[in-house]
Every structure is written in structure tokens, then in C-alpha cells.
Design a protein. Sequence first.
Length: 300
Amino acid sequence: MYFTTPVHYIEPLFRPPSEADSLILQVTNGCSWNQCSFCEMYTQPQKKFKPRPETEVLAEIQRCGESLQGVRRIFLADGDAMVLSFRRLEAILQAIRTYLPSVSRVSSYCLPQNIANKTPEQLQTLRELGLSLVYIGAESGDDTVLQKVQKSETFASTRDAILKLKAARIKTSVMIINGLGGKQYSEQHALASAELINATQPEYLATLALFFRYGERRFTEIFGEDYTPCSTLDLFTEMQTFIQHLELKQTIFRSDHISNNLVLKGALGKDKAKLLAQIQQAVAYAHSQGPNWHLPVYGG
């Protein structure tokens, strides 16, 4: 029997690891900023940013309701569904509530700058309609590093967005990139990132290591001559500094992306000592291998 899928995707399609069991609705194509030098997710010609027509998205949601049973989670793709206007997001969430009433969680990637365009009242309405989790790629808390990688945010803009979301009871999952500042900016990257996380107390925190599927030439040209890649020892030491300076009450931490040479999992702060002990073991081993030792880094 021939079956037509209820959703249409412009590939490649990306989602956070924790959304593996979610129905993905592609409400935009690509990323509204798409200039970060480290990101290769939306560089193909077919991924040029464009909101998908509202009628198409709403029709897909209706088809999903007719053909899919028991959907519990939905992830709104691509790179930043929150760039859409409040009106369009409200219509999407209303449609999900109407046609997919079993859904208990809707989530999305998010650029902090697009939270600034939403009022507290609008965010509260989106939360009431089901938007309960937002993934924010903070990348770093250091403004120098953010500028060098062409990130369109600052420490302040990211902090303010996370706090605004939390005030609306929308949970946040924040990502930091290990090694993003290279050797030159490693310590300040770690310290400022810890300061950002301490100031915002996100429900979830993740790290991945800087990697390049298609080569690092573009990144290094934009960053400048003061970029030197971190060795594996540098990455472990940077992570150690980062974790040491975190003062968190109840944040789930994961460092288990395929790019990470050291897998770390725990709850911060109760597991801080355990995580630091694991990192210290890795640092000691890396020291024994020499200062320029590298484990291979794989990108997915």
C-alpha cells in the first residue's frame, strides 16, 4: 500500500539529541542568522533561510493529527522557529493543540535576539499553548570570542533572553562549545561561560567540542591570526575550569555529543565533585601523553 508522509522536509534536517523520539515540524527552513563561522548546519544552497508558508505548516499539522496516533513531543525546526512572529507561533501551537491533543511538550531551537522581539505576555501565552522547552546555543559567555566567530549575540543578550524565558516558565537548554576560543582565549571563554550559566541557572546544560565536518579554513580566516586549535589536553583543562566555576542549584548537565572525547553526565551542583574527579583523571592522562596530544574528533 502506498503511503504519503504527512510532513515534508527540506533536508538536511537537524534536531537536538533529546528530541530523537519527537515529531519534527519544519516551520522554517535554515537559520535566520546563519553567519556563525563554526556552524555548517545550514550552508547548502537549499537551506537558505525562509519561513515556510503558514498554510503548508497548518495543513501538515492537520494531516499528522489524522494519520499519527499518540504523538507526545514535537520539535519545531529548523534553526530558530522563534524568529516567527507571535501570531504565527500562536497559530501553530493552537493547531497542535487542536489536531494533536496528546502532545505534552513542544520545543524549538532559539536565537536570543528573537526572544527580545517577544513581550513577556506573549511568551507566557506561548507557554500556556504548549511551548515548554527552548534550546539556546550560547556557545560562549565571552564577548570577544562571540565577536570572533560572528555570533550575533553578547553575554548580555543571551543572559537576558534566558531569564525572560524562565520568567515565562519556559525551560531552557543551553549549549557551550568547548575549544571555541582556541588556546589564546580558552581561559576567558571558560570563565565567562561559567558566569553566564551561573547568572541564568538553566534547567539543562550541554557542551560539545569544536569540530568541522568540511574543514576549518573558513573558521580560521574569520577568527584571525590569533587562533590556535586546542589540543585534547587544552580541551580537558578548559572543561575543568568551566566546571570548577559553575555554581548551579539544579541543572542537568550532559557532555556526550559525538565530538566530545570525554563523556560527562550529572546534575549540577550535586555531582560537581564527581565530574571534576573524572576530568582530573582525563587531564592527568593527557599530560602523560604530551602537551600536543590529540584524540581524533568526529563530527556528526
